[in-house]
Ligand binder design. Sequence first.
Ligand SMILES: [Zn+2]
Length: 456
Amino acid sequence: MDFLQRLARFLDRPLFPWKKLILGFSIGQYLFESFLTLRQYRILQQPKPPAVLSKEISQETFDKSQAYGRAKARFEIVSGLWAQIQNVAFVQLDVLPAMWSWTGSLLLKWAPARFTGEISHSIIFVLTFIILQQLLNLPTRLYNTFVLEESFGFNKQTPKLFVTDMIKTNLLTAVIMPPILAAFLKIIQKTGTQFVFYLWIFAAGLQLFTTTAYPIFIQPLFNKLSPLDEGALKTKVEELAASHKFPLQELFVIDGSKRSAHSNAYFYGLPWKKHIVIYDTLIEKMDTSEIIAILAHELGHWKLGHTTRLFGIAQAHLLYVFSLFSVFINNASLYSAFGFRVQHPIVIGFILFSDALSPMDTVIKLLLNILSRKYEFEADDFAKRLGFRGELASSLIKLHAQNLSTMDADWMYASYHFSHPHLSERLKALDWKPKQALTSEKDKEGVVKASGREEL
Ligand SMILES: [Zn+2]
């Protein structure tokens, strides 16, 4: 703690150019990421699939996946540029202090006197901030869903679903965010310099609560989960779970096809009571044995302790973030550089602190991706040792072909961005020897899109 206090004093220098530093980080990061994207773009221009895939992937599927990859890369560069323009404008035009005083005067004018403290003010401020961000990012989101994804046949969302999803998400935010933010601020106000520990306990408790409450209260608002029908698939999954003492509570099918023929399977729940969820699209596109192979890979993550270790790492990360926040929370030079000369609202401190921390976040993201790729290889190996080598390889190939996922990658781009090894690497590690073409020209209709949770 003594070290943190000394660091806090060291970093609080009047007239320190915080604005320039934070803008520099942000622009530097964008330039670096664009450089990586351009490197990857060269790979996406190659005319032939990598050797290990030459028999499984048809030329047509490969061409399409390359074109899709290039379209996404161009989108990344442009939307990233738009984000940078917003960021520079926010900082240079002092949008944060203007919004803070504007929301403050709204409260004074409209709210009863007992709602004018820092907590109510922060809640109104954050809500306004979220709405503004959403409006600014709407053009890129619309383009992504209804132009880019649509033109490759992936989008299954209607404009109506897009709008209702957005309304539901905003209503949920309006209900869930205020009590959490209020608790967060209250803990800091009450516990003073000791807040790190209490905030950490609060965040861990919140995580456990969300794990339990999300599938019960929130997911049903967006998707339908129904129990898996009796049959060969159910029996086999139950056998697989039982043979490894996996605490399987229930098996669900989710209607992922409603938004984007996205296919996947995942586990959720508390350590002693787990549920398995399989996408309807996965059941539609894969053989039973391939689905079992995918679940064997997932089971590998659990059996090899990946899930537990990642949870531990997440807790350590939170402790690190809160400890550093305690260094910045009273940094007068940071606040005043951004136009908060008199008042030092905690929530503003947290926003500025997050920006100042972004280079460290980049390093942490890189390290976590390295670890995650290692775990993916281990989980593949687990499934292979259970005798699923062939089924896992064919399910991976099918998924990548149907999703038009990138099949090869620039090493720098992949090290930085990928939480999963790419297809050629995984097939090589599985020691997969191609026998026959798995994707013929015939099954190219019915493309499956993986978005969000692409992992398996
Ligand atoms: Zn995995």
